[in-house]
Design a protein around this ligand. Structure first.
Ligand code: GDP
Ligand code: MN
Length: 392
């Protein structure tokens, strides 16, 4: 789960990481009142969407004029912001952050992610803050610093010093070295205590009066640990999420919407990944990832159909089931029953393999449903690609 910048900054504040004074604002009137209360030389009005690149897309406005704040709020609220992370459709801005401006002397980059190879949290840092870190990594990889933290030992002072020295902070601004090391410790504590999957500060700025401030914040959380964090759950913004993914979640389905036109219903995440690969290999694109889980029932299959068919891009459905724990004739019954409930108006190819596959295929073939049955994965993929109008 992702949260907005203003929410990330609330958490930073709780963990002793300095942030500008700011408040979530959703109307010009509230903007006016808050600007008066803030009473600062520079005001920053920032669009709150779950995507970066807002600065370049016009989603960050800076003014010295208190009276201009309500106008900027009015300008941004309701606007659709297209950034390099939103896709061409963009995101509607519904919430803003209005905060005091900072006098920036230097912009740094800091984040913590989990390194897949070691399984350890790793700090990523760079002196090239403010801009897209992907660009820095691609063109000047030597400017990316890594510091892995042994979770059994936790963050130690030397970890902080390693990062500070690798960034050249002592030469850049000696006054911020110790606060920086302390801040990295706080960031690590937040990452662990809140079960984050990623925390990022970009930019982390050194101000002209030698202070460190987190000027932007991005946090994503491990969904499997959300039950431990009622405060984080409350930060969820459903407007920022894919409606079909929300519906899938309510039905305990693992669904991720993609851009292709072949809807996939598969049991098991690994098989679902393989199914997406084989669709691509056959010359088309999957419309989604959908894992109905090991114990697929009539209900889960029906919910799966409903969700797949709500995506207007779906021109065909490919069901790929391996009967390991679940028996294929049960799945076949599930498909037949579900098809009675949900009108399927696109071509359907079903591939069954594993326990009682023969029986399952027979049930489907005799069901009177308009579908094609296959036992071979490659054959099935070529069939559905052909039926949806693309050359295999
Ligand atoms: P992002 O583009 O979505 O990552 O949004 P950011 O919050 O990182 O803002 C983009 C850029 O706006 C930053 O890198 C800064 O250069 C600039 N910016 C944001 N807040 C301030 C501020 O308080 N003062 C000044 N001078 N610039 C700011
Ligand atoms: Mn940023």
């Amino acid at each position: 789960m992702n949260v907005h910048e203003f929410q990330a900054k609330q958490l930073f504040g709780q963990f002793g990481i300095p942030v500008p004074r700011g408040k979530e604002i959703t109307s010009p009137e509230a903007g006016l009142a808050w600007a008066a209360e803030l009473n600062t030389p520079v005001f920053v009005v920032k669009a709150q969407i779950h995507a970066g690149g807002r600065g370049k897309a016009g989603g960050v406005k800076i003014t010295k004029d208190k009276a201009a704040v309500p106008g900027l709020v009015k300008e941004l609220i309701g606007k659709t912001l297209v950034t390099h992370q939103t896709g061409p459709k963009g995101r509607e801005v519904r919430r803003l952050l209005v905060e005091e401006g900072a006098a920036i002397a230097k912009e740094l980059y800091v984040s913590i992610v989990v390194d897949r190879d070691s399984g350890w949290p790793v700090f990523i840092a760079s002196t090239e803050g403010g801009m897209e870190i992907e660009e820095v990594a691609a063109h000047t990889p030597e400017k990316i610093i890594r510091e892995a933290i042994d979770p059994a030992v936790g963050f130690q002072g030397y970890n902080g010093r390693n990062i500070a020295f690798a960034l050249g902070l002592p030469a850049m601004e000696p006054a911020v070295v110790n606060p920086f090391i302390q801040m990295m410790g706080n960031l690590y504590r937040m990452f662990m205590e809140k079960n984050a999957a990623m925390v990022e500060i970009n930019p982390l700025v050194i101000t002209s009066d030698k202070k460190l401030i987190a000027l932007d914040g991005k946090v994503s959380f491990d969904d499997s640990a959300l039950f431990r964090h009622a405060d984080v759950q409350q930060m969820r913004d459903l407007h920022e999420e894919e409606p079909l993914e929300i519906e899938a979640g309510e039905n305990n389905l693992n669904y991720v919407k993609l851009d292709g036109n072949i809807g996939c219903m598969v049991n098991g995440a690994g098989l679902a990944m393989a199914t997406m690969d084989v669709i691509k290999l056959a010359g088309s694109e999957p419309a989604n990832f959908l894992d109905v889980g090991g114990g697929a029932t009539k209900e889960t299959v029906a919910a799966g159909f409903r969700i797949l068919l709500k995506d207007p891009n779906v021109k065909g459905i490919f069901i790929n089931i391996f009967g390991g724990i679940v028996r294929c004739e049960r799945i076949a019954h599930g498909v037949i029953e579900a098809a009675k409930e949900v009108k399927i108006n696109v071509p359907l190819v079903v591939r069954l393999q594993g326990t009682n596959a023969e029986e399952g295929r027979k049930l489907l073939a005799e069901s009177g449903l308009k579908l094609e049955v296959a036992d071979d994965l490659w054959e099935a993929a070529q069939k559905i690609v052909k039926l949806t109008g693309k050359a295999a």
